[in-house]
Design a protein around this ligand. Sequence first.
Ligand SMILES: [Zn+2]
Length: 179
Amino acid sequence: MMITKMLLTPNNYSRPQIPLKRVTKIAVHYVGNAGSSAEGNRNYFESLKDGKHGYASSHYIVGLKGEIIQCVPENEWAYCTNEANAYSISIENCHPKDDGKFTEKTRQSLTELCADICVRYGLDPLKDIIRHYDVTGKLCPLYWVNHPQNFAAFKQEVKDFIEKVIINNEQFVLKNEKE
Ligand SMILES: [Zn+2]
């Protein structure tokens, strides 16, 4: 798993540098802009620093080819999940079409990223990975609101990945801690 750090410039609208003191959930999202790239969405968050277009950001964005961009450090708030901002790490995901379904490469990277975060914070993937929908009722990520059984299968894949890959391969976790 490769994570490219492209941290946002500290500003009041997308990187307010409010300390994230506890992480008890991972909140997954879809960008809602079919065909857009991880870097394009990151640059959109950066552009909000002028204060003219509201508040938004996420800790991570997973792109259509499975690339992962980090926008906000995990020990700071992102403006992504409303009242859950105070206790969640947020992950936006790109999608090729308006139905919001993720590509296999996006899904695989999201699986690995969620597994890594769950291990580092002691989270249970079946209970602690949530949709934006679960917090506010927003239709996000759209495909997993419309196909809850597919979301349940995803969470199980994260659990399986932790058990089969991470627990049996400590280097995976150590490698990511250095990034
Ligand atoms: Zn969302």
